[in-house]
Design a protein around this ligand. Sequence first.
Ligand code: SP5
Ligand code: ZN
Length: 342
Amino acid sequence: MLIIHSDKTRDRRTQTELCGGQLVAPFECPERVDYIIERARQEQLGEIRAPQSYDLAPVLAIHDRDYIEFLRGAWEQWKTDGHEGEAIPNIWPSRRMPGRHLPRNIEARLGYYALAGETSINADSFTSALLSKDIALTALDHVLTSGESAFALCRPPGHHAAVDQFGGYCFINNVAVAAQRARDQGRQRVAILDIDFHHGNGTQDIFYTRNDVLTLSLHGDPMDEFPYFLGFAEETGESNGTGYNVNYPLPSGTDYATWSKHLEQAKARIRDFAPELLIIALGVDTFENDPISSFKLKSPDYLDIGRRIHELGLPTLFVMEGGYAVEEIGINAVNVLKGFDN
Ligand code: SP5
Ligand code: ZN
């Protein structure tokens, strides 16, 4: 399988993540990609190719322009305002003050565009997010032109990024950008299956009223797990999109026997939809030793996941999302791709 990868993903190295009342070393770190690419080389998974550059048009096809311009300028405005640390939001629009205006102040603007507070912005955030989308789009174009499958080794991840919000380590929704481009290139129906431990709230948000992009997500029950405020089973889409969003919230401690049953349900819905392209939001934070998650999947299970996805018989684009057990992330991510290829 073709792998799209860039060493420049290492440039995103934030110092801080707000976690448990402390600023800790971020879980979403450059070493994640190092372990995956090292394992892909060891296992001779396939050719490793650098991404091409794309302009902003595919991004603006799904994200609001004011949001993207905020991301572009946030770090400069934060520094100009005299702040010392990385940019972290500390106030949000909320039920009793809904935020009808976009204030000028950078702290307020951070809260306006953030859905969570763990994702620090620094000098590299915007360029890294743009590079990550280039990786996804380069891999997508290979799938569209060759009919073969491909792996986009994206970093930062994307599936939490909504139409006009960042958070959950995500700024640009890479799977959504790719799905929209596939539509614009003439693919009529695209399915996005999100197997990251966390609900793909951004992807759900972006396509919620549409019936041309089917979105499905298997994830930790939002009653207990990030992102908490979206990802419930009753969220099935709206207007034209009714019936085209499917959530499978699963309890803490879910093992592979239970998880894979729900994967088969998702596959049945995908078969029924008959997409021309399948995009997998590939998180491996479902792993038993993941430091911020609570499922119990084991490394060999990821081979079986790849095998089961292959049974759909669709051109498939794999896009890297989460996974924070850094030493095992390479084994687990590459296992999915190996299982798919064999
Ligand atoms: C792409 C992706 O997987 N994003 C995940 C974002 C999770 N954000 C919340 C992190 C909360 C971390 N709390 C750590 C508790 C450790 N015991
Ligand atoms: Zn995740």
